[in-house]
Design a binder for this molecule. Structure first.
Ligand code: APR
Ligand code: ZN
Ligand code: ZN
Length: 361
């Protein structure tokens, strides 16, 4: 029996989203039906609504979610009815060259549900990042569900499904931050603050937060920043050098996605330091660097995609650390909202007023 539920739909480019009835099929082979309990509002949802990802409207938005498995289809072994799960948008295939070489975070043959969710009139929906979780129920591939300790609140757990994992993973998985490291984080939104929290967790001794907004720098201290730099008032490259004995940081994490911060990230690193790019640039953006500076500085220039995470390894671990009081994930939730408030949350996000607004069902 298909399920009729309320969901946030983006019907056309740049138009406000609407809450509508959608039809969610029962799970087929390899699929899971999830009763969504919470879903965070992420920039990528807004990018879909603005036409920045593709033009396959109507979109079913939402992808930073946690909930309970309501039913599974044939052959599903990953999860069962009643499991508390975080959804991920990279259920890896296990068979491609990346997977077989032991680097499944580079897998590009990831799984989604095969069946389509639809509007009440039968129009097929495109779920954001293959999830679509601004909905009371959603249909995903079973591999998109990762079981975690149900003591974690859904609003907090769901955030690991995207932005917070991207930031923590940029520090720990991609940057390889380890104890005693100096780290500079450019941009202290949800992703940058998560990179700061990840660096703190990994034992970095100096964590320099850089932003253009003093309110963001104040929040960054709460996640473990030891120093803050307002890059409207001081040159961040000079400031990072000064705070690291003239050297530059061992790991620099760019969490804005703009040419000027990409450039700053490159020059704020120590010789042989690592630059991690997690902010997503637009297709038009360019930077121009002297090749001698690339050659002469050594180290590594890396991009981090979804924090190079393995959901089945990283989600349960981070939830355990949160429940033990060693990783304050709750601070990322600025506000909890209703399904009808997603459009308003986009506007708050756009104006930099929130780290995360989270829809709670
Ligand atoms: N220098 C430093 N900080 C800046 C600059 C700048 N030139 N411009 C903007 N910022 C700061 C903003 O003040 C804000 O605090 O960068 C932060 C960006 O945060 P958010 O807009 O909340 O974005 P977030 O969700 O953290 O994502 C950051 O990572 O995954 C990507 O697509 C995502 O590109 C985006 C980036
Ligand atoms: Zn693969
Ligand atoms: Zn996201």
């Amino acid at each position: 029996m298909p399920h009729e539920v309320r969901a946030v739909v983006s019907r056309e480019k740049n138009a406000p989203v609407s809450v509508e009835s959608i039809i969610v099929p029962d799970p087929g082979p390899g699929e899971a039906l999830v009763r969504v309990q919470a879903c965070g509002v992420c920039h990528t949802d807004l990018h879909y609504r603005e036409g920045g990802i593709n033009d396959e409207y109507p979109f079913l938005l939402g992808h930073e979610a946690a909930g309970v498995v309501e039913a599974v289809g044939d052959g599903v072994t990953e999860v069962e009815e009643g499991d508390f799960v975080i959804l991920n948008w990279r259920a890896v295939c296990g068979n491609c060259r990346a997977c077989l070489r032991g680097r499944p975070w580079y897998c590009f043959a990831t799984h989604n549900a095969r069946q389509k969710m639809t509007l009440a009139d039968g129009t097929e929906l495109s779920p954001a990042l293959g999830i679509g979780a601004f909905a009371e129920k959603t249909l995903v591939a079973a591999g998109q569900c990762t079981k975690v300790d149900p003591q974690a609140s859904p609003a907090v757990a769901g955030l690991l499904g995207c932005g917070v994992m991207a930031g923590i993973g940029a520090a720990i998985n991609t940057g390889g931050v380890t104890r005693g490291d100096s780290v500079a984080v450019l941009g202290c939104g949800g992703v940058g603050d998560a990179a700061i929290a990840g660096s703190h967790l990994a034992g970095a001794s100096t964590i320099i937060a850089v932003d253009i907004d003093d309110r963001k720098l104040e929040l960054a201290r709460g996640f473990g920043a030891t120093h803050t730099v307002n890059s409207r008032e001081a040159d961040p490259v000079e400031a990072v050098r000064e705070l690291t004995g003239g050297n530059g940081a061992d790991v620099v994490i760019e969490a804005v996605g703009r040419p000027e911060t990409y450039r700053q990230a490159f020059y704020a690193r120590d010789l042989a330091g690592t630059v991690v790019l997690v902010g997503v640039p637009t297709p038009e953006m360019r930077i121009d660097l002297p090749l001698l500076d690339v050659f002469g500085r050594g180290g590594a220039l890396k991009s981090s995609w979804y924090g190079d995470c393995l959901p089945s390894r990283d989600f349960p671990m981070l939830i355990d650390l949160y429940l033990q009081g060693r990783l304050d994930l709750a601070k990322f939730v600025t506000e909890t909202i209703a399904l009808d408030d997603v459009e308003e949350a986009f506007s708050k996000m756009h104006h930099g007023e929130v780290l995360r607004s989270v829809v709670v069902f």
